[in-house]
Write a protein that binds this ligand. Sequence first.
Ligand code: NAD
Length: 348
Amino acid sequence: MKKNVVVIGYGGQGAWHADHALKSDVVALLGVYDIREERNRLARSRGIRVYSSLDEICADPAAEICVVATPNDVHEEIVVKLLETGHNVVCEKPVALSVASFDRMAAAARKSGKLFTVHQNRRWDVDFLAIKEIVKSGKIGETINLESRIHGSRGIPSDWRCKKQYGGGMILDWGVHLIDQILQIIPGKIEKIYCETTHITTDEVDDGFKLLLTFEGGARALVEVGTYNFLALPRFYLQAKKGSALITDWRQNARVAYCKAWNEADVLPVQTAAGITKTMAPRDEITLDEYDWTRPVSDVHDFYRNLVLAIDGKAEQIVTLPEARRVLRVMEEAFNSAASGTAIAVSV
Ligand code: NAD
């Protein structure tokens, strides 16, 4: 039997969840609710039931899974209310604006015994899965440095995302996805966090950032989001002990270079205007194997498939609360680092 979903906040992402539920093999759309009448009218015009208030949803035992897709500043109050009235809850990312806020939500979940999770849907992105597979396979050895970037050129969206009071800014918007992904790839604790934010199009919130994470054992990750980049740097770049990997664009396959022999018999120098260089000359096929990584198979609907199994106690929840809290801790320290202009020693 499909489980009933109610979506709170029928905006861009809420409509995605509603559409998804209409097509899903494991959940069905029961209804939606938005504080803006125009969005409710739109839902009705699409044949979707509209609840009159959050209280009406809270009082409806048929609302088995409630999805919170409102702007970030109101996630906590809505999530806590739904959990306290006995509903399973999926909250959009970023789940909260602070660790303290998240802890109140997690406490409500523990008390209710209901399932509470975060929609970290970018765990199903094929580019992320490819780089994760490459790292986990060990084929090019231990990670030295992993760079994860998203570059756009349209500035920050001009809705609530450019307002601090609603939890706007790119660290909270894209950062939360990219940090979550990195924590899925690189094992061990983070020991140092350094972050610089950009304010090219607005002073109010960050419209981009560079975040440097140093893990125990020395692996490093650079997470960068830009909204003023008319030429984009590659999506992923991995330096490992026995090679490198590159994903230029999220629609492209991963390219892997495996260094099978360190020493070269003969290096063909590269001629530059200033003279020749052997140090920076490309390697030949005697020492380097270069190939495309087989594209991983992924279906983002597995988020809901897992959710339904987890509610019935038949599977472990994929996006766990400790994972969600860790991402928030990293973001909190990133804001602290950006504000102080210093690297922060942590154990996260
Ligand atoms: P949006 O502005 O398009 O939609 C938000 C909707 O929530 C609006 O229609 C607004 O009227 C409604 N709303 C505001 N306060 C409400 C309340 N108290 N009760 C009910 N409805 C309320 O924003 P969006 O882009 O859909 O983002 C919503 C959430 O989804 C954010 O947390 C955002 O970060 C997240 N999001 C996630 C992804 C993803 O890929 N996981 C993508 C986009 C957005």
